[in-house]
Design a protein around this ligand. Structure first.
Ligand code: NAD
Length: 467
């Protein structure tokens, strides 16, 4: 444990006591407090754009445009949406009461859960930290945010800036790696919201079970693209651009909703590969030592993991584009593989990097069985104009979400729930779904003293049997 982690560990108990006291004081419940914190997040972002650009550059080599799109823009969108809706979300909703209970009134009253623990991941270290915080604050909770230690500049930025802008007795940032995370998990929370991989997801869930703490797990998996044979050349052009942008664009493929592999009919594969190569050249350039607009791999361990996927002797022969590695700068060239063996690790594990396997099928209909026989993904992307095929994808596969004819944009749609199913996670957030995730929906039933139905009480007799 580092000195910083040791200090944080010693202070955990005290910090949590303070947060619980704040929650009990009830000040986080008022709409004024919630709105003030949401405005403070917006101010934190607008005052510190340059710091955020620098931190993302340092941690992941992200271009400022990408940082604006995927980090700053996402947080600003979510905070503004919550600000405009929070009062409506907080209002009690009428519940229909059956005639049997007449006269009475039913209501569903959202109440905050209490003290929330949020684990963020390193690939979008600002937005995936602040987006759930926005939900937890909107719902009137107190929060501990544990940013990822693998994005240290962003983690440190959050730890320094959050106390200067937000209510520091209600929202705290605790930095550190697995040791501090384990210490946090020993505590009693009212909800744990975790973004990360399955291995740690299991650790979180078993720690939560000790205190019967509810959890939301935002995990990953292998997200496929189904590419139907499109007849219009302009549709093909758009599809290829979106696939290339979705694979290599966000954080060099280190994205939970990024494309893992593409399924395509074998007679279309060579066209696809040629078009992807041209698009890669246009988007990112050619020289691996000077690839512009491409984030780097987060650290040596992940770089080596990806290198091993590529250097697997079963896989090497299937590389049809790219494959160069810049070890000093942790850059991996956008790489395309054609039909790597399905039992190789690149096809059994989440890739989470800039390697794109293309899997050929005799008929695109086979993609349904291909996906359905594997663990349920976070999202399925499908480029098709065939309405019957779309229906088949929706009814014969299961995934956190399905997007037709585009990629990644579902993340920006606050009216749709975001989350996985089965091994890609459970629970959902974004917009009102975030508010609900961090709230308890309390059922309230109000009755009058009159009338009184004697038939509901003993002694039982034949007459009462008629009711
Ligand atoms: P990770 O599971 O390694 O780490 C996530 C968090 O867990 C970090 O805050 C980390 O400090 C903490 N942690 C690490 N070891 C721990 C331990 N032993 N005990 C308790 N906590 C521990 O995940 P990652 O590498 O940060 O992210 C990559 C994974 O996250 C991928 O699988 C990706 O698909 C998934 N992901 C999912 C989403 C989503 O929204 N569904 C978003 C981003 C990433």
């Amino acid at each position: 444990m580092s000195t910083m982690e040791l200090e944080a560990a010693v202070g955990v108990g005290q910090s949590l006591d303070e947060l619980r006291q704040t929650f009990r004081s009830r000040r986080t419940r008022s709409v004024e407090w919630r709105k003030a914190q949401l405005r403070a997040i917006l101010k934190l972002i607008s005052d510190n754009e340059d710091h955020i650009f620098a931190a993302l550059q340092q941690d992941l080599g992200k271009h400022p445009v990408e940082t604006y799109r995927d980090e700053i823009g996402v947080v600003v969108k979510s905070a503004n949406h919550a600000l405009s809706c929070v009062e409506k979300w907080m209002a009690p909703k009428k519940g229909q009461v059956p005639l049997l209970l007449f006269p009475s009134k039913g209501e569903v009253l959202p109440e905050p859960l209490g003290l929330i623990l949020i684990f963020a991941s390193w690939n979008f270290p600002i937005s995936l930290a602040l987006d759930p915080v926005i939900g937890a604050i909107s719902a009137g909770n107190t929060v501990v945010l544990k940013p990822s230690e693998l994005a240290p500049a962003c983690s440190s930025f959050l730890a320094k800036s959050i106390p200067s802008y937000l209510d520091s007795k209600a929202i705290k940032v605790i930095e550190g790696g697995p040791a501090i995370s384990e210490k946090l998990l020993q505590q009693k929370w009212d909800k744990i919201f975790f973004t990360g991989g399955r291995r740690v997801g299991r650790i979180v869930m078993s720690a939560a079970a000790k205190h019967l703490t509810p959890v939301t797990l935002e995990l990953g998996g292998k997200c496929p693209v189904i590419l139907d044979s499109l007849s219009d050349p302009s549709d093909i052009k758009v599809a290829v651009k979106r696939i290339a942008g979705g694979k290599w664009g966000p954080c060099s493929g280190q994205a939970c909703i990024g494309i893992d592999y593409v399924l395509v009919e074998d007679n279309f594969a060579s066209t696809l590969i040629e078009l992807l190569k041209k698009t890669i050249k246009r988007f990112y350039g050619e020289n691996v030592k000077n690839l512009k607009n491409l984030s780097r791999i987060v650290n040596r361990q992940h770089f080596d993991r990806l290198r091993n996927l590529l250097e697997d002797p079963k896989v090497a022969a299937s590389i049809v584009h790219g494959g160069s590695l810049d070890e000093n700068n942790l850059i991996i060239e956008p790489t395309i593989l054609l039909d790597p063996p399905l039992d190789a690790e690149i096809m059994t594990e989440e890739i989470f990097g800039p390697l794109l396997p293309i899997i050929t099928l005799n008929n695109i209909q086979e993609s349904i069985e291909f996906i359905d026989s594997r663990p349920k993904p976070l999202v399925i992307y499908a480029f098709t104009k065939d309405e019957t095929f779309k229906k088949q994808i929706l009814t014969e596969t299961s995934s956190g979400s399905v997007v037709f004819n585009d990629v990644l944009i579902q993340f920006l749609c606050d009216s749709l729930p975001f989350g996985g199913v089965g091994p890609s996670g459970f629970g959902r957030y974004h917009g009102k779904y975030s508010f609900d995730t961090f709230s308890h929906e309390k059922a309230v039933l109000q009755r009058s003293f009159f009338p009184e139905l004697e038939a509901r009480y003993p002694p039982w007799n034949d007459f009462k049997m008629q009711f």
